[in-house]
Write a protein that binds this ligand. Structure first.
Ligand code: SAM
Length: 472
């Protein structure tokens, strides 16, 4: 509220009507703004900093839910909002100060994609602007948001997106708020026509469900159901939490169960269940941090009396892997470069190379990542992905099996890597196994032998899996 403006009556005569009170600071919008600044300024990841900030400010319930929706929605939809705001400001959008732009995007998100009434969205955002930008810039925010509020989202999209028939990728890029090159890469990997790519891009803009894994031998699905979770869709170890904090579930707190996308569960189980010749003693996870798949593989390995070695190059991530598998001392974690094997060739029965990748398959989960990635990243990651797969092939014994995994469907990170390594001297003696066989009951996996999961078809991240068996 502007100082000096007449205070609103509380409806009761007397004290409240006479006393000026500054409006209560809007905790949710302020928290959302602060996270957006950290993402912009310090390259922070919203899904990592937001929970800590909510905890520090003791925000729970509706305030926490609103802050989360504002942060995630604003970041995901940034491409759409930038295009709309560009029509509402009197200078190119990239000349607007980043903090002002953050407030404008927060306002645009409330106006165009939430049920918050227009007057509340504008006044609360202008109030935020007064607090964080000052009165002068708050007036600018007010004027711009009034222009944004003049149309609904569909009307704006009809105005700012190029027609689909003239420029399909440009149209989809604005309507679904993905960089144009990402639309092109996803479409190339997915195939199909407009309906398919629209379904995928729309799914990328939906927050994923919280999926839990009951690590075999350590926890059970019944335990998770009793805590309020529902059955998962594909993985026999999955349960879905529709509300509440997973950290409040004892099995999750104790590390006997965990939060894990069903796609990750499926690829780890496929590796564990793929046929190998002979007895087994040792498995290898070549890129283990932060330890999601290692945690599941260690549980399965324990049941089969097999030891897991987990390798992770970065020290702090290796520590996370230790938390995930250290409950059984037969499983080991080493901080090492997986491209420089510290083991004799052919030492392992099963090897997983879940390589560093662009993460284009997990855009639902990391709302800002689509704007951070550059097409050059794909080319830069290629040599390391090939080296790690080569190293994985060197580590497996005759009759054993290697899983090559990415959380990206980009063909340059998936099939091209596998084809190149198979065609190199390292691939000699290896052949692709039909991975579909090891994801029983899962439909829509493609023509094989490798598989691709999709958010819009499977409700999972877009995980890719190729299984390569070494001839006996
Ligand atoms: C996609 S993540 C793996 C995710 C993990 N498997 C999970 O399920 O939690 C890739 C990991 O590989 C690690 N990494 C990158 N280069 C590596 C290398 N040369 N050797 C071993 N690990 C590496 C990264 O630090 C990152 O933690």
């Amino acid at each position: 509220m502007t100082p000096g403006r007449a205070p609103q009556s509380s409806g009761k005569p007397g004290k409240a009507a006479r006393t000026y009170r500054r409006p209560k600071p809007d905790a949710a919008r302020r928290a959302a703004f602060d996270v957006l600044r950290m993402v912009d300024d310090r390259d922070a990841y919203a899904n990592l900093v937001l929970p800590g900030l909510l905890r520090d400010r003791r925000m729970t319930g509706r305030d926490a839910a609103l802050a989360t929706e504002l942060v995630h929605g604003t970041l995901r939809r940034q491409g759409t909002y930038d295009a709309i705001l560009d029509r509402c400001v009197d200078r190119p959008i990239n000349e607007v100060d980043p903090p002002v732009l953050d407030v404008l995007c927060l306002g645009a998100h409330q106006l165009l994609a939430t049920r918050i009434p227009t007057h509340a969205a504008v006044s609360a955002t202008v109030e935020l602007a007064r607090g964080v930008l000052g009165d002068g810039r708050a007036k600018f925010v007010n004027a711009v948001l009034r222009k944004v509020a003049a149309r609904d989202l569909d009307e704006w999209l009809a105005e700012v997106a190029p027609p689909y028939d003239e420029d399909p990728e440009g149209h989809l890029s604005i309507v679904y708020s993905h960089p144009r090159w990402v639309v092109a890469a996803l479409w190339d990997a997915l195939g199909g026509g407009r309906a398919e790519i629209e379904a995928l891009l729309a799914a990328d803009n939906e927050p994923p469900a919280v999926t839990l894994v009951a690590r075999p031998g350590r926890s059970t699905l019944d335990e998770l159901y009793e805590a309020g979770a529902k059955p998962g869709r594909w993985s026999p170890l999955a349960a879905v939490l529709t509300e509440g904090d997973p950290g409040a579930i004892a099995a999750v707190r104790d590390g006997r169960a965990g939060v894990q996308d069903e796609g990750s569960q499926l690829v780890a189980q496929a590796l564990a269940n793929a046929a190998v010749d002979g007895d087994e003693t040792r498995w290898l996870d070549l890129c283990a941090g932060p330890g999601g798949k290692a945690g599941l593989l260690a549980a399965i390995a324990t049941q089969r009396d097999v030891a897991l070695l987990a390798v992770e190059r970065r020290h702090h991530r290796a520590r996370l892997v230790r938390n995930a598998i250290g409950w059984n001392t037969r499983h080991q974690v080493v901080t090492a470069d997986g491209t420089r094997p510290a083991w004799a060739p052919g030492s392992f029965d099963r090897v997983i190379a879940d390589v560093p990748c662009s993460g284009l398959g997990a855009l639902r989960r990391r709302p800002e990542s689509r704007w951070r990635r550059r097409p050059e990243d794909i080319a830069e990651l290629g040599p390391l992905q090939r080296e790690l797969l080569t190293s994985a092939l060197g580590a497996v014994r005759p009759g054993g099996v290697v899983a090559y995994v990415t959380c990206s469907p980009h063909k340059a990170e998936t099939r091209s890597v596998v084809d190149d390594v198979l065609a190199s001297p390292a691939g000699s003696g290896f052949s692709l196994v039909d991975a579909r066989e090891y994801l029983p009951g899962v439909t829509g996996l493609g023509d094989g032998p490798d598989i691709q999961l999709w958010p819009h078809l499977h409700g999972t991240d877009a995980m890719y899996l190729a299984l390569l068996r070494r001839g006996a």
